[in-house]
Structures are given as structure tokens and as C-alpha cells.
Design a protein around this ligand. Sequence first.
Ligand code: NAD
Ligand code: GLY
Length: 376
Amino acid sequence: MKLVTAALEDGIHIVKVNLGNRSYAIYIAPGIMDRAGQLIKRHLTSIQRYAIITSPEIYSIHGGALCKSLDDTGIEPSLIFVPDGEESKTWDEAGRVIGELVDLGIDKRSTIIALGGGVVGDLAGFVSAIYLRGVRFVQLPTTLLAQVDSSIGGKTAVNHTKGKNLMGAFHQPSLVLSDPNTLKTLPREELVSGLAEAVKYAVIANTKLFNALEANIDKLVGCDISTLSELIARCCEIKARFVELDERDDKDLRAALNYGHTVGHAVEILSGLEIRHGEAVAIGMSVAARLASSMGMLDPAELDRQEALLKRIGLPTELPQRMDDKTLLEIMHRDKKVLDGSIRFVLPTGIGDPTTIRSVPEKLILRALEDSRREA
Ligand code: NAD
Ligand code: GLY
């Protein structure tokens, strides 16, 4: 899989996110965790304390290497544990973590380090955005989903019972360190879930990436670290360019990254968070592509190609039978893209071609949902 144009230094892919005084670097390399302390010191000068936010499960696997690397800088890190899983992305948990930061004496010259998947990253990022009106933070993503997507771009949030990510803030990390070796311990279904976001980038922006995904499925699902490293670097480059164009997601450009998320978020919530984020996005991309095809915007052959890739990866593309369309619609009405009461979708126009955002009549949405079930 040879796709990456990112700068390479000592075998490390480096992707820059250029946002003026909020610019930062993403380092991607197997084993980079062992150099975390050195790189954090290099990029965040004047740091005097580290507070690692992680879950006990992730810490037990990868915490030792990180702490050793930080200890080598002469600063002993403090630890804050959050429970594993989406349930911990809440307002209450954010408040509890802030209490611990206060007790630990974490101040503006400290940095928070998020060690974990998208859940830990979103929660730790949100806490960093609001604690003392903002402290610096470093992302050390340990799931594929977090390495290709959630650790980059500065969207931080916690969930509300009425919807996902309803309370959040834009707060860019100061540094992202992605170690693909951490993926060796990731359960296969989590790796597969992360691949959904890679398919998303390919469909919205890059035909070559789509071809490469088709050609490398076995290596990717088989956790071939060199292939995954190339994939992560490519995805980071694509996301970085969208974020640079529309950092605060208010120009309808970054919104392309929400391809599959209108239905995806509704499915995730209605499943009681049992369906993983990437799996829900895969179902959402399938429904969105179906809609685009029914509206004459996407060649049916392209819809079939996307469907085939998702299925070969092992991702779901059909809505669970038990999910009620009316409830799905109700949840979609709370989507952040809703404008004047209309549900808007990111719709593909071809594999790798620019997407468009359109208000879609409810009867078309209902038909696409029904079709997605009928073929199950
Ligand atoms: P997750 O963070 O829940 O991690 C999935 C599971 O993998 C957890 O049980 C975790 O303990 C385990 N795990 C993590 N790293 C591991 C490792 N190296 N080895 C073994 N187990 C490991 O899920 P996720 O898919 O990483 O993230 C999903 C979240 O990301 C959702 O809340 C979603 O809303 C958010 N997200 C945010 C953005 C953004 O831009 N901020 C983008 C996409 C998704
Ligand atoms: N994951 C969507 C975004 O970062 O904009």
C-alpha cells in the first residue's frame, strides 16, 4: 500500500495540521510510544506536569511503556482513570475528572495526555478544553478509529441522553502520537470498526485510497502493521486538509467528514451504544449512498462497489430489523447538520469525488431505510 506523501523522518510519518498558532504535528510510527516523553518535551516546551487520562484496561496494556518514556524526561506523570466504554463520555464523568485534576494540582503549565481510543480522547479533550478555560493536551490514540480520525481535528465532546456529542468544544491537541504497534492488542472487531472511517475518507476524497483498501483488505484486517501505518498516515493527511479548510465546521466543507454519520449516530444511540461507532457509520454510509443513488447523484455501480468493500471488510451495511424508522428519524432531527428543521445528508457523487450536502425529504429517507432492511 504505497500512498503516503507525508514527510518521513527516521521511518516516522509526520503529518502537519496547519492552523496558525494552533498548528501541530501527527507522528505515526510503530514504537513511537517509547519516544513519547522526548517528543512531548520537544513540542511542548515549559511543561512541568503530565496528567494521563486513560482506562484501567488500556493502561494495563500500554501504560507501562508510556510511563517509562515520560519518567525518562524526569517528570513523573499523574494518572486519572475513567471507566472503559462509551458510557463514560458524560458530563458527570468530565466533572469527576476535573475534580481529580484540581486535587492533583494540575495547572496551565501541565499537559493532559489522552491514552486510549476515541472515547478517552473525546472525554480528555473536552476536559482539556474547559479546565481552567483550556489546558494543552496530547493525543496518544490506541484504536485504529482514533488513529485515523478522532485524535485529529480538535472536536471534543461528551454525550447527552438525548444524543451523541451534544456538549463539546473545539480544542486542538498540541501533538498526536500514533503508535500502530498498539493495534496488535486491539480486538479484531475494533480494528474492523476503525476501517469504516478509512472507507469514509476514500469515498469522500480519494479513489486511490479506495483502490488500495480493496487490494489490501486481508493485510489490514490481519493487522499488518506496515500496511496499517501507511493507511493511518494517508487518512491523517486527508483529514488534516479538511480541518485546515474549515476548522470549526461552519463552511459546509469539513461536514464531508460526517459522511455516514446522520444515520450512523442515530443507529448508535438506538442500539443503546451496543453497535460500535465505525459499524454504525458503515450502515449510515450504505443508507446515504442508497439515497444518493435514488436521487440520481450516484451511479448504482459505485453504490455496489462501496457495499462490496464494506462487506468484504466485515462491516455491517444493513439496519437492524428491530430499529423503528420513526424513532431513527426523530433522533436524526437532532443531528448537528439539521437546518430549519430539515435533515441534511452528506451525499456521495462518486467514489473519491466531492460530496454534496442536501436537505432530503423524509419520504426518501424512509424509503432508503426500508430498502436497507429489505435486503438484509
Ligand atoms: P473506544 O474508545 O470505546 O475503544 C474501543 C475499545 O477498545 C475499548 O473497550 C477500549 O478499552 C479498547 N482498546 C483501546 N485501545 C486498545 C488497545 N490498543 N488494545 C486493546 N484494547 C484497546 O472506541 P473508538 O472506536 O476508539 O472510539 C469511538 C468514539 O470516538 C465514539 O465516542 C465517537 O463518537 C468518537 N469519535 C470522535 C471523533 C472526533 O473527531 N472527535 C471522530 C470519530 C469518532
Ligand atoms: N469526525 C468528523 C470531524 O472531525 O469533523
